[in-house]
Design a protein around this ligand. Structure first.
Ligand SMILES: [Zn+2]
Length: 653
């Protein structure tokens, strides 16, 4: 999901904030508490942060037959779910997610919508699912629906360790125009662009941590879904073009022969190949002459599928090269309104670059296609397909495309629980986006160097929420910082200032590989990073992710030995606030010589102040802690020491 715009604006225009000098509130016993993150694991999750010897997860395969009425803006379908219980527990019932039910004034999401609406709000739209014909293994099912959850009570408990049940039902709903900024439709001059997600009943995750995960869909909290294989087909007017998660199985039935030829060219091309141009959108010959068409897709090893449909789509595509030598296909689908001036005509280039970058750095992309759709949704991710704002251009189009496809790694590959831990997908993704953006097209949209002293007052805002909060509990104004930026910058500091790139990347890749298509928890991540990098980081996790602690490093004293600058000096630095970090101190001598000293975070295990000796042959001009502004220091004013009076020798004429 895309970061809000407000936050990007507040990002830039801030000067350094200064706190009044205060007595240190730092407590080494609290920060380095030996029992923090110290707990035994189960056979399911190892102390090393990898899946344990007895790790299990359940699976759900879906077959969906649906039709989209492009006039009534209504979706009707039937789903067959094959659910496999690999857990060691008998299951008396199943829980499903009926997220579409949130789009109703009677829903919890509707009732918790503020008067002003808000990005995830629902005001005045009375939609939601019609559900009928629910059967379990062919027999009528006993079920209840409670808001966005459905419980199916089984006549016979589903056996542990491999029990399988088949659940079928019919469903339909009228599309909300804007469903929590994640689905809906956009009116364009050549017809609506439909973006369909949360469009069929999906099984909740049953895991070893809390059994059934049943948090309702209120809006801010995204998804936690089981992996499985999907076969789905969409029947709609032949004027429509449908793009969806996974592989299109019947291109020859749904495109014209000329377009099929162009698809084949695109699959061999490094450059974007036009499949259906802006001019062709209004030509009847650009669609097969039939009444209606059925589009057939398959998506394997996915946690969800989404699709988009429009008569207005321009379509283009290019080949994606993956590290193993396999290929995928970057596709863009957009209305004519999105074209021009650095708009969606560059989208396929962006998709290709983003997927290739993350595949090389983190883990190889696994789907046969990657599609970017321009529509009403400002930015939202699904396996192999993303929905982005139709007006985005240039940097903003690169940014949203790269961000939403970054999500294919978190949470599509690494299947964390987004409804509880937004930072495990948004924060990780914000972090990887920094590097992808710097690398794109030789730095075309490269970030300016982050000045962490300038960012500190935002990171440590007065009304901040802890990162470790349920997204629905994080205040709307804080979501951009707590779910995206603060965890993103935290990982950047961990990589660049604490562990170094090599150790961080090794541990991070191990985490991704070990948890690909599985369900890690925050603790699994923390332990995996500690194990892979070989460092106890409990102090870092606690201060950055759990608490609202702040960082303030200071230089407090410089004393020459025997009052003689030629004999060296003792320098005192201090950790004023409750967070701690490694320290870098730069001493500049009057001669112009600069000396840098680096200290590990363990100096603060000795208390709030640290003294060190430095060899000097003459007087000191200045001492600066964190001279490169790489740590978010709340009070940079106490970072520099200068002698009470100092005159520059050469310029005092
Ligand atoms: Zn996101």
């Amino acid at each position: 999901m895309k970061k809000s715009l407000i936050l990007l604006l507040t990002f830039c225009g801030l000067g350094p904030g200064a706190l009044a000098q205060q007595k240190s509130s730092y407590n080494a016993y609290e920060l380095f508490h030996p029992l923090w993150n110290y707990q035994s694991n189960s056979p399911y999750r190892a102390g090393s942060g990898q899946p344990g010897a007895a790790y299990w997860q359940n699976a759900a395969d879906y077959k969906i037959v649906a039709s989209l009425d492009d006039q009534a803006k209504k979706l009707t379908g039937e789903v067959e779910i094959t659910y496999k219980n690999n857990s060691p527990d008998k299951l008396a019932h199943l829980w499903l997610q009926l997220d579409q039910n949130s789009f109703s004034t009677h829903s919890r999401g509707g009732k918790t919508t503020p008067v002003s609406g808000g990005r995830f709000g629902n005001i005045g739209f009375d939609g939601g699912y019609q559900i009928a014909g629910v059967t379990i293994d062919g027999k009528p099912a006993n079920y209840i629906i409670e808001d966005t959850r459905m419980q199916v009570r089984l006549a016979q408990a589903l056996a542990e360790k491999g029990g399988i049940v088949k659940l079928k039902m019919a469903f339909s709903f009228t599309l909300p125009k804007n469903g929590h900024d994640r689905m809906g439709y956009l009116d364009t001059k050549n017809g609506p662009v439909f973006t369909l997600a949360q469009w069929f009943p999906r099984v909740c995750v049953y895991d070893d941590i809390e059994g059934w995960n049943v948090l309702p869909y209120l809006g801010a909290g995204e998804f936690y879904l089981e992996y499985g294989n999907f076969e789905y087909q969409i029947t709609t007017s032949a004027k429509q073009i449908v793009v969806g998660s996974g592989e299109l199985l019947n291109p020859a039935e749904v495109y014209t022969p000329e377009q099929v030829k162009r698809w084949n060219q695109a699959s061999q091309s490094e450059q974007t190949v036009m499949i259906r141009s802006a001019e062709e959108v209004t030509e009847a010959s650009s669609r097969p002459s039939k009444e209606s068409i059925t589009w057939k897709f398959r998506c394997n090893n996915a946690r969800d599928v989404a699709f988009a449909s429009s008569a207005a789509f321009i379509i283009d595509a290019a080949r994606i090269n993956l590290p193993s030598g396999k290929k995928s296909l970057a596709i863009s689908a957009y209305p004519v309104e999105s074209k021009g001036d650095g708009g969606y005509e560059r989208s396929t280039e962006f998709v290709k670059a983003s997927i290739e970058y993350y595949s090389n750095w983190l883990y190889e992309y696994t789907y046969p296609a990657a599609t970017n759709v321009a529509g009403i949704v400002s930015g939202m991710e699904y396996p192999g397909i993303i929905f982005c704002g139709y007006r985005d251009k240039k940097e903003s189009l690169w940014g949203v495309t790269d961000h939403e496809f970054g999500h294919n790694w978190f949470p599509m590959i690494v299947g964390s629980n987004e409804r509880k831990f937004a930072w495990m997908d948004e924060g990780f993704n914000t972090f990887i986006n920094f590097y992808s953006t710097d690398a794109f097209n030789n730095g075309e949209f490269k970030n300016r160097k982050f000045d962490m002293h300038r960012l500190a007052p935002m990171i440590f805002r007065e009304n901040a929420d802890p990162i470790m909060s349920i997204p629905d509990v994080i205040q709307a104004r804080n979501l951009g910082w707590e779910a995206y930026n603060k965890p993103g910058f935290g990982l950047m500091i961990l990589r660049e200032q604490i562990l170094g790139k090599d150790r961080f990347d090794y541990a991070f890749r191990q985490y991704i590989k070990n948890w690909a298509f599985k369900h890690p928890t925050p603790l699994d991540f923390f332990k995996a990073m500690e194990d892979g990098a070989g460092e106890d980081l409990s102090w870092f996790w606690r201060a950055w992710f759990y608490e609202l602690w702040k960082l303030d490093q200071a230089v407090t004293q410089v004393q020459y030995l025997d009052q003689d600058p030629s004999k060296g000096a003792i320098i005192t630095i201090e950790n004023v606030d409750k967070m701690a970090m490694p320290a870098t101190v730069e001493v500049e001598l009057a001669s112009g010589e600069k000396i840098r000293k680096q200290f590990p975070v363990e100096i603060w295990q000795r208390g709030a102040t640290w003294e060190f000796r430095i060899e000097t042959k003459g007087p000191i001009k200045s001492v600066v802690i964190d001279p490169d502004h790489v740590l978010p220091d709340m009070n940079p004013k106490n970072n520099t020491w200068r002698p009470a009076s100092y005159r520059i020798p050469a310029s005092n004429g």
